[in-house]
Design a protein around this ligand. Structure first.
Ligand code: UD9
Length: 367
């Protein structure tokens, strides 16, 4: 069996790396980068010892979403004609995932969708991810749902329930795979490599499209207020390379002593920061899930999340994008060490670390 695994961005690389590892012994796997964020995707794959087999041309300039999707679809179409895979595997909700799914669908190649069924039900938030994942659900042959709720979302939309597999989220497998074999001193060495300051850490990340513009300025004001309120804490912010986001952070947070702006972390470095931090403040999807492995709290800077499981389990607080709410939700955790300590006993709602094995087993015997 030949499986074409399409990877456009860092989170897809992270969440598909364990699927590639699970498929590789038994299938001919072609790992292809789609050109969306090749540098970040290749970097994340390297953390798992994976080198892409096929690097499609990087998307240059600042294309519109339609141009981005159209050009990736056209190039992926040619790649699929050349490779003739039996399956195309896509993950999540990026334009890459949608472009690869669409290209495969038009060539009548079945699509397996990993992390299927996440929904806010609001096409404007997250944008364009909610639309991308809903469209993928219409054309996929296998739907690998990360949670029971995601599986139920798909069935309620009319997806054939025999094509929905509750696999768990592969991010849990990714964390375990990236940690495997690393020794205590390897992790300690990362403090120096990352120039991570001593003292308690807060890991901050923010890059969603709907959080740009005035909202990002508001978020920066919340970060400044938190830095002043918690002078002993170090707020570490690896910046997404998106220029609109980077520049704002660099201007708005310049000169704040306990805010540390950093270039994007590698995956292993991010896991180290997760291990060391007291709290994560983010609009990221993956970080909302990874905190559950580390039993750390996360304050989510979004109005809605497609991951209510984290809130129900007690890891996540939804702060919206209002600075007062952000400051108060973060304070609710940082001022209450016992509340944080209680997370140690909470089960991970995102899976048991065997999602990739389930996905590989299903694909390898299916038509
Ligand atoms: C709407 C939504 O939620 N969509 C998500 C979106 O991804 P996201 O929001 O999770 O994206 P990011 O925040 O960019 O990445 C996060 C990953 O990167 C790691 N990381 C972070 C900073 C750094 O400096 N170095 C790193 O290594 C970090 O630990 C984590 O694993 O697309 C995915 C793909 O389809 C979907 O799965 C997913 O639903």
């Amino acid at each position: 069996m030949k499986v074409f695994v399409a990877i456009g961005t860092r989170p897809e690389a992270i969440k598909l790396a364990p699927v590639v590892a699970a498929l590789r012994p038994k299938a001919d796997v072609v790992v292809a980068t789609t050109g969306q964020h090749p540098r970040l995707a290749v970097g994340a794959l390297a953390d798992f010892g994976i080198v892409p087999d096929l690097a499609l041309p990087p998307i240059e300039g600042r294309p519109s979403l339609a141009q981005l999707t159209a050009s990736m679809t056209a190039v992926l179409d040619l790649a699929l004609v050349g490779q003739k895979p039996d399956w195309v595997v896509v993950q999540g909700d990026t334009n890459s995932a949608f472009a690869a799914g669409l290209a495969a669908y038009y060539r009548s190649i079945p699509v397996a969708h990993v992390e299927a069924g996440l929904r806010t039900g609001n096409l404007a938030m997250p944008f364009p991810e909610e639309g991308n994942r809903q469209m993928l659900a219409r054309i996929a042959r296998w739907h690998f749902a990360p949670t029971v709720r995601a599986a139920a979302n798909l069935v309620s939309e009319g997806v054939d329930r025999t094509r929905v597999v509750m696999s768990g989220n592969t991010v849990v497998d990714a964390v375990a795979l990236a940690r495997a074999g690393r020794r205590e001193e390897d992790w300690k060495a990362l403090d120096a490599a990352l120039a991570l300051p001593d003292g308690p850490l807060v890991l901050v990340s923010c890059h969603r499209r709907e959080n740009r513009g005035q909202t990002l300025l508001d978020i920066c004001s919340a970060i400044r207020r938190l830095a002043a309120r918690y002078p002993l804490h170090r707020l570490v912010l690896p910046m997404h390379p998106e220029p609109d986001v980077r520049t704002v952070f660099q201007v708005e947070l310049a000169g704040v002593d306990n805010v540390f702006l950093r270039e994007p972390f590698g995956y292993v470095e991010t896991l180290h920061a997760l291990d060391r931090c007291d709290l994560v403040l983010t609009d990221s999807g993956g970080l909302q899930e990874e905190v559950a492995t580390y039993r750390k709290p996360v304050v989510v800077m979004r109005d809605q999340t497609e991951r209510p499981e984290g809130i129900e389990a007690g890891f996540a607080s939804l702060a919206g994008r209002d600075p007062d709410r952000i400051v108060s939700e973060v304070s609710g955790w940082l001022d209450d060490p016992q509340r944080r300590a209680r997370l140690a006993g909470v089960a991970n709602p995102y899976g048991d670390g065997s999602a990739s094995r389930r996905i590989a087993e299903t694909l390898l015997v299916s038509d």
